[in-house]
Design a protein. Sequence first.
Length: 111
Amino acid sequence: MQGEGKLIEFQREFVIKRDELAVLLAESSYHGGKLQVSMVEAIKLAQRDIDPDHELQSFAVMEVRLLTGPEKEERKVEYYLVSTKANGSEVHRIVLMNRKILSPRLREIKK
């Protein structure tokens, strides 16, 4: 915030319900199966979620990463983190292997 000399930090959080995670864990290709969503499809799904009415003036994919999680669990699931710029602003989406899209919420980091 300007004028006060105070820096406020935020972290993006993507939240999924436990029962949804359990289904994904059971179907995970991390344990020998096949990925259910390709990187190209993940980009298309994220773009459709970000710009459902095709009204953005600019949209660019900055990075797509195939990740696994949750970090502290023994069993893991795969998901894509799709990082984009939409009309110049950073926009991130998680694409799960069941084609569900997760949008982030911001959480202030308290120090």
